[in-house]
Every structure is written in structure tokens, then in C-alpha cells.
Write a protein that binds this ligand. Sequence first.
Ligand SMILES: Nc1ncnc2c1ncn2[C@@H]1O[C@H](COP(=O)(O)OP(=O)(O)OP(=O)(O)O)[C@@H](O)[C@H]1O
Length: 584
Amino acid sequence: MTPGSFFDRSELTRHLWSFRKEFLWVGFFSMIANLLLLTPTLYMLQLYDRVLKGRSELTLIVVTLLMVLFYAIMVVAEWLRSRLLVRGGVKMDEAMNAIVFNASFAKNLKRAGANPAEAIGDLTVIRQFLTGNGIFAFFDTPWTPIYIAVIFLLHPFLGWISMLFCVIQLVVAWSSHKTTVDDIERASKAGGESNAWFSSKLRNIEPVHAMGMSGSLRQRWLDLHERSLAENGHAQHKQQRQQAISKFIRYTMQSLTLGAGALMVIDGKMTIGGMIAANVLMSRALQPLDLLIVAWKPFIQARDAFFRLERLFSDFPELAAKPSRLAPQGDVRIDSLVATAPGRAEPILQGLDASFAAGTVTAIIGPSGSGKSTLARCLVGAWPDASGGVLYDEEPIQSWNSEELGSHIGYLPQDIELFEGTIAENISRFGEADPARVIEAAERTGIHEAILRFPNGYNSQIGESGALLSGGQRQRVGLARAMYGNPSVLVLDEPNSNLDDAGERALSQAVGQLKQSGKTVFLITHRHNILSVADRILALRDGRIEHFGPREGVLDVMRAQDAARNGNGHASANQNGQGKQNGQ
Ligand SMILES: Nc1ncnc2c1ncn2[C@@H]1O[C@H](COP(=O)(O)OP(=O)(O)OP(=O)(O)O)[C@@H](O)[C@H]1O
């Protein structure tokens, strides 16, 4: 069998198609389970119409044994179909999770504002739908007509009544679902918003406490919470009213079937056994319809999740692995680099050109908001929405295998961004830790001794985002992570912002060693004492290069400009050297 056009339309549908065998088996077991659901009806008919009339104990034993056997087969069939679906769901998850991870990773890198865990959540929603009870409704509902057909065999009048009742049941359940679904969704959204708001404030509890903000924040939360309570109350009220109506109609229908059967018995058109059997069959026929209505919402959620994932895969397809290359030598060039943040239209960097030879240290300076961190992100390829380019060894950064290149880059972001785990795991970038290299990196940043003083040394857990470390320790662990494995290029965004004098000395020493071993280092800083280790300075202003050249030359020009701004106009840039240089 080849996939039909629907199953051929995307990677996701092709994966679904690969589970067709499992679905066929589930259909087969559903058929057995549903046919054997007729067991109580048949048993009852045999008891009333054969055993009791004939007063035959042997018949009773035989039909009872058959009944037990049928129930056993039915239960095994139900168990097997559940097992198949659970296994299929897990297999589907396993087949898809790496692709979902990569695609959602690529999406988050491009659009920082998007819900980061949406795609993983979507995969879970689909798996839960496929392995939950809801999907059985879709396998069981087609059997409702069979039950009704058997009722028709008992008596056509009862058959018509049961058909009518099924339609009523569907209409009632559907209208009750329709009346309540929006309110339930609003209530759950309001609850989620109120909880999310509360949790986000708990994460920043210290300033809240220190600056006495809890009263006003509590008032804001109470507003949200009260809205959530009101929405919940409203939704529950509607749900209960609908449930009462449904209950009334269901009980009435059940008894009316019995009453109609009794009428048939009085008229001599049916046996008592038939009357009771029809009643049991009626409730069997209605059961999958009930389940179908309950399963409808998860089905819609799974369908939406499915389409979202399809869109994600088509927007961020798995790219063929880029060819392996030797480690970069460390020559970096930026070529007419125009870059902006994900989701922002106006460019932040406005056409930068510069080259940085291996074995040089460049300090990137400039006022707040001038684009230093943006340049750092472009240099490490974290913000790929750039035009122009960043080239490593004269090859565009996009043409490198990003995981391979990443192992040759050391990056310390401004917010440091450590991960929950041990110190050793963080330093070794959660790869296979080489203890000697972990220690070497820690020693370079001067934190080795401090780590040894922790109760579990390098195996100490650092908590979420490194919360159990001090600001300076976090920064040094982040620096050690950047230096781990001797990368060719290091981009350190404000590496000394939390360091004490000893830390700064260790950093300067480490940068000196990196330079000597031919590494290319970028230091983004507001603090001028670290500038002494830089060979060159690149000064940014409003996303453009204001100065770029040897350290002393640029510093002289800047001093002259400062002096001119402060009224000592005689110290001009021309007297003092290079002005804007080309970075040679
Ligand atoms: N994620 C983002 N989305 C939209 N705009 C951003 C984003 N990140 C930065 N910007 C904007 O880009 C500009 C440059 O920011 P950037 O962080 O690169 O500056 P910076 O020179 O590193 O500043 P600082 O010295 O304060 O860290 C700022 O105007 C900022 O508002």
C-alpha cells in the first residue's frame, strides 16, 4: 500500500502512515471487543427465553461458561488495543522528538518571543490523544449501528425508537458541548494567566520584598484571580445545568425503551428476555456517542497541535548536516553586517565591516544600546537574521556545521545563562566531561579553589540558572564554560561586570594566555581597566562603527573627543592620531 495524498503531504503525516498496521490491529481488536459487548444481551436472552422456560441447569452451565469465555476474550481484546496504542504513541514520540526539538530550537532562535515549549507540548498532546481513552470513541462509534440493528432484529418498533434516541442523545450532548466549551476555555485561560502572573512574581521575590511592592502586586493578582474565579463559577454553573438536562433526557430515554418493550410484551410481540436485552443494548449503543462528545475536545486540540507541528516542520525543515571542516584558525571578518533582533524590523547594526586576525584581542565598547551585545550574538551565529555576513576563515558562518563550529567557540552572554546541573556539567557544556579540561578551564578563571570548597566540589548542583552561586561565581563558571576545550574564538560579553579585583586579574591573565596561543578574543566591556589586555578597540555608536583601530590610537581619539565636548576644543582628533581606522 502506498500513502494516499493526505499522508504524503508532510513529514508528520508520513510518520502517521507508518503506524497504519497498528491502527488496523486496533480496528480489529475493537471489532472483537464491540461484538463481544453483545454478550450480556445474548446471555440475558438465553436465561429468560431458554434456561428459565426449559428449567435446564445444563444449559445454564453451558451459556454461563460461554459468557465467561466471551468476557475474557473481550477484556483481552480491549487490553491489547490499549497496549498497541500506547506503544504506537511512544514510538511516534520517539520518531518525532528529535525533529521537534531541532525545529523548535531553530524557531526559538529566530523569534525569541514565541512560546518556547509549544512544539514539545504539541507532540505530547498528540501522543496523549492517540494513547488516551478518547480515541476509542472513534473506533467504537461505528458499532452503534450494529447494536441498533440487533435491536431491530428484536423488534423494528424498538429499533426505530433507539435510532431516535441516539439522534436525541447526539443533539443534546453536542449542544451542551457547544454551550459550555467557550466558557470552559475562558475559565481555564483566566486561571492559567493568574497562575503564570503569580509564578513570575515569585521568581523575582527579593526586590518585591525589599521595596515593599507586595501590597500593590497582591492587588493586581487579586484582580486577575477574581476574574478567574468569576469565569470558573460561570462555566461550572452552565456545565451543571447542561448535565442536569442531559441526565433527565438519558434516564427518561432508558426507561422509555423499557416501557416500549413492555408494550411489545403486553401485545405478545416480544418476550421478557427480549425486552430487557433491548434495554441493555440501548445503553450500549449510546455509550460510544457519549465518549465521542467527551473525546471531541481532545481531538480538536490534537488536530490543532498536528497542524501547528506541520507548519513548524515546513517553516524549519531538518537541514542536511553541513560538511565537517577542520577547526577554524580564528580569522574572523564581518562584511557589511546589518542585523536586528528576532521580531524587530529596524536594523540594530547598520552595515559593519571589520576583520579580526587570529591571535588578537578586540575590545568592543560603546554606550548602552549601541549594539555591542547584538554584535556579539552575530559573531557567534546566535542571531542568524542578518544580512551581510560573519565569516570564519573567510567562510560564511552559516556554511559551517553549527554544532561543530560551536565546539570551537567560547561565548559568555551578558546574562551568563547557566543551566540546572552540576558545575562540571555546566563547564563541560553538558557534553562528555573531561575532568582535566574542566579543571583547566576553572583554573584559568580562578574559580578552581572556590569550587573545591563546595560540599560536592565540581559535582555540586548549581540550581536553576545557577541560582545557588554568587554573581561573581556564576560569571567565572560561565567564563570557564566559554574557555572549555580551548576554542579558537571567544566572545565575552561583559565578562568582568561581576568580578572582584582578583577575578579581573585572573581574567586578564587568561585572555593574555588565549592571545598567546593564537585565539581570537572579543571583549565587550564598559569597564576600562580590562582594556589594557586588548590589542584593538572597536567603538560602536548607534549600531555603527565609530572607531576601530589599535588600542592607544582609539583611546587617544576618544579622549580628544571628550575633551572637545567638555570645551577644550584645541585637543582635536587629528592631533591625536588615527581617528576612525580600518582595523588593519
Ligand atoms: N531582543 C530584542 N528585541 C528587540 N530589540 C532589542 C533586543 N535586544 C536588543 N534590542 C535593541 O537593540 C539595541 C542594541 O541593544 P544591545 O543589547 O545590542 O546594546 P548594548 O550596546 O549591548 O547595550 P548594553 O551596553 O546596555 O548592554 C537596543 O536599542 C535594544 O533596545
